[in-house]
Design a protein around this ligand. Sequence first.
Ligand SMILES: C[S@@+](CC[C@H](N)C(=O)[O-])C[C@H]1O[C@@H](n2cnc3c(N)ncnc32)[C@H](O)[C@@H]1O
Length: 317
Amino acid sequence: MEYKEHPNNKIKHWSEGIAYEIAFWNNVYRWKNTFSGMMGWSNHCQIIKLENFDCNRFLTSCQTEPNVLDIGCGMSYTTGNYIKPENGAQRAVNIHYVDPLAPFFNDILKRYSSRIKKRLGYMLPDIEFGMVEYISSFYPHNTVDLAIIQNALDHSALPIKGLLEAIECLKTGGKLYLNHHPNEAETEHYKGFHQYNINNENGKLIIWNKNERHDINSLISQFADITVSTGIDKHVIAVITKRNNVPCELLNHKEDKQYLCRQMMTEIINGTKINNFIKWKLKYWTYNIIQFFIQSLSWERKMKIKRLIKQTNDNNR
Ligand SMILES: C[S@@+](CC[C@H](N)C(=O)[O-])C[C@H]1O[C@@H](n2cnc3c(N)ncnc32)[C@H](O)[C@@H]1O
């Protein structure tokens, strides 16, 4: 049950993906057609639906009002936020949209609020700040019925820690739902947030990169059950059910505090250096200009290009 995943340098590496992510969403919301295309794809204000998992049934069977997290939600609002009991009316569910880039994303929501209201007739909910690696400090243990992570665990700095922390938040019997592109870091050549691959190897959930390999089925076997399946476009889907608390030796909150204090000091020191500030601004504006043109294309054309790139990558493997 031991695992080694040292945070040194990983958060720094991770932070290098931030500029791209903000520039991407800023331009998705900037262009009317792209924003409309994305909202057509989103499930906001619809019944919650997850591939290979009947989450509506699971949530309607909860004894109390279900508490749901969408961790690493981005700005796509892909997860529906209504449930419908078999013999009852549909109703909104308490869903927290969580992302470490929440302060930036909420600025984007504010900037384009009139476009959002005009297209949808209402305002999209704000995003709450939280990082999957420390999520049990944001949503205390044993309080969550369903945690959803889609295309985000492999974007985090410490995915194994993130996964354990997400299980820690769950009530006993609660579910962690994961849905990810297979081996995304390989596809994206280990750029930006893409430092880890997630794969389904004969029913085992494997998280790996060039330096590490973790078999999640055996790591969590003493306190959780896991079902791994394959979805559309070979997506790797895992449904994890918590049986017991995550053992303390796997989650060291004291070590976390020490590490985060060091990280804070490093960032303060870095922040005093003018060249870091210029580097960050240059990087953000370069991505922002590139994304300005990319996101001006229609949603359908972008999806077509994405499919073509994927096909080429698959053929080259
Ligand atoms: C590709 S987007 C996916 C957004 C959304 N879940 C979807 O499927 O449309 C990846 C998201 O993961 C978030 N992310 C990156 N690192 C994270 C971390 N350590 N904890 C939680 N979310 C993280 C990013 O900010 C980004 O919004």
